[in-house]
Write a protein of this length. Structure first.
Length: 529
């Protein structure tokens, strides 16, 4: 999350963050107080050395990542804090000498040189959040500034902040307030560029500056350069550098992308968002293409089925056109279907008188064909008359198909009146309507699971049916049933033409016989002649 939001949200960390910071913030004064009570000089040196270590750590982290950092605020601050740490170290060395000998050294002046350098770095660093700097040039600049400050302090160009025997001077008080003012100003410059920072890092940076400012102003509580009236100044300095450590070193190590490479992370997030959007578009496009592909496959399959159907009908017509009698015709049809579809058992029922016996059957056991040849129901009605009130009744599913007694709403009937099943035993065991139609069940007892009974129909006239049986399950599918029904239509049409041709031939033969055998001459008069 970036440094966006209200001032309250940015300047005041949440309760959870305070709870995370509280142990260290509360532990530090206890340790420093105990150390101060034991040895004031060691307490001073401990606080200063902690700040020196943090300053060097910031430099090492940012300098090592200088080629990859996109927010040069941290690189600029890291370089400056190397020299802040160096000046603090020089201050520690000179302060220990001052403490042990009570002779004048520029220790306090160098400490102020470090604070001025730190404050100038804090107030100017925000200008480099979106500007690139040359690390070598900045390093050389801060080195030159540090050397110049040390030279000024050593040569006495700085005002005296401490006079041996006289204590701290008013110049020190003025400098304390000046440093504090610059650091407060640095919070304003940091606020202007807050959107370039991780929110956690921004809050910790602001808190660090506030504690540093408080440490600077706490100098008004003491007058002795050697022994503070309290450990407040040490405590505030250590907390300030601890927060700076949390803001840059710890977050930089644990979440480097959030701190040092925030723009890179943002670019990655934008790329990821674009990638996700691209993925969603690809998914949408893929779904569209799948729909189009499914339609295309369906269209190609339909064309393929149409081509297969056309080829099938042409081949069938070639066979049918060569036959002269109904029996030859039906026998040829049976041979064609058995060769084309490779069914295990196939038969043709064709009307004869009032019944529809098998004209020809192949693949069925002989006893099955003999037992199933007749479809007429042998029993009479309850009143002793014929079943159905004089109307011929037919047994089993074959009779239902021939009689046109089919209900397309039932799953085992097609809209064209074909009875079919891919699991005859399961159908009869679980469907009462099927048991009412399949009254004999001899096909099932013979082990035939896949059964199709296709009517030979022209309009409302049914000549018979084509029967296809197989002991395998799942033989039939919609495309195959459609082909068989189309074949049946063409066979019925061929039968109709053949029957009409035979009837005409019989009429002509009868007329010819009548004329040839008549003892009386016959005169045919055509009107108009």
């Amino acid at each position: 999350m970036g440094g966006e939001g209200s001032p309250e949200e940015l300047f005041f960390p949440s309760r959870e963050k305070w709870f995370r910071l509280a142990p260290a913030v509360l532990f530090i004064p206890v340790v420093l107080f105990l150390v101060y009570r034991w040895n004031p000089l060691f307490s001073h040196n401990l606080a200063e050395m902690f700040s020196i270590i943090v300053a060097c750590s910031i430099f090492m982290l940012t300098w090592s990542a200088r080629k990859y950092i996109d927010n040069h605020y941290f690189l600029y601050l890291g370089i400056s804090f190397l020299f802040v740490g160096a000046l603090d170290y020089l201050h520690v060395v000179l302060f220990e000498y001052l403490f042990s000998t009570n002779r004048h050294t520029p220790s306090v002046e160098i400490w102020f040189a470090a604070r001025f350098l730190q404050s100038i770095a804090l107030v100017s660093a925000p200008f480099f959040v979106s500007r690139k700097l040359r690390p070598g040039v900045v390093l050389a600049g801060f080195a030159a500034a540090s050397i110049a400050l040390v030279a000024l302090a050593w040569t006495g160009a700085f005002p005296d902040y401490y006079v041996p025997g006289g204590g701290l001077t008013s110049a020190k008080t003025v400098s304390d307030h000046l440093v504090a003012g610059i650091q407060i100003l640095s919070i304003g410059t940091l606020w202007r560029v807050r959107r370039h920072f991780d929110r956690d890092a921004f809050q910790l940076l602001v808190l660090s500056i506030l504690f540093s400012t408080a440490a600077q102003l706490s100098a008004n509580l003491y007058t002795d350069a050697y022994e503070y009236n309290s450990a407040i100044g040490h405590y505030l300095v250590v907390v300030s550098f601890y927060l700076l450590y949390k803001a840059i070193v710890e977050i930089g190590l644990n979440r480097p992308y959030d701190l040092l490479f925030r723009k890179l992370k943002k670019s990655e997030e934008e790329i990821r968002a674009a990638h996700d959007e691209l993925d969603s578009r690809v998914v949408e496009r893929t779904e569209e293409l799948q729909v189009v592909n499914a339609k295309l496959e369906q269209e190609l399959a339909e064309r393929q089925r149409t081509a297969e159907m056309r080829e099938l009908i042409l081949d069938l017509q070639q066979v049918l056109n060569e036959k002269l009698s109904v029996r030859e015709f039906l026998s040829s049809v049976l041979s064609f279907l058995q060769e084309r579809f490779e069914f295990k058992a196939i038969g043709i029922r064709y009307h004869q008188d009032a019944d529809y016996p098998y004209v020809e059957a192949r693949g069925f056991p002989g006893e099955f064909v003999e037992a199933e040849t007749s479809l007429c129901a042998p029993a009479s009605g309850p009143d002793g008359g014929a079943k159905g009130g004089g109307r011929t009744l037919y047994d089993c599913a074959c009779g239902a198909v021939i009689a046109g007694e089919c209900d397309p709403s039932l799953p085992f009937f097609t809209p064209n009146g074909t009875f079919w099943t891919n699991g005859a035993s399961e159908l009869l065991s679980g469907d009462e309507a099927a048991r009412a139609i399949v009254t004999r069940g001899r096909c099932v007892r013979q082990g035939y699971e896949s059964i199709a009974l296709v009517p030979l129909r022209i309009g409302d006239v049914i000549f018979g049916l084509l029967q296809f049986n197989d002991r395998r399950k799942g033989v039939f599918h919609p495309n195959l049933l459609a082909q068989l029904e189309r074949v049946a239509e063409n066979v019925a049409a061929g039968l109709s033409r053949l029957i009409a041709r035979e009837a005409l031939q019989e009429s002509e033969n009868r007329f010819r016989s009548l004329v040839e055998n008549s003892l009386v001459g016959t005169v045919i008069v055509q009107k108009g002649l």
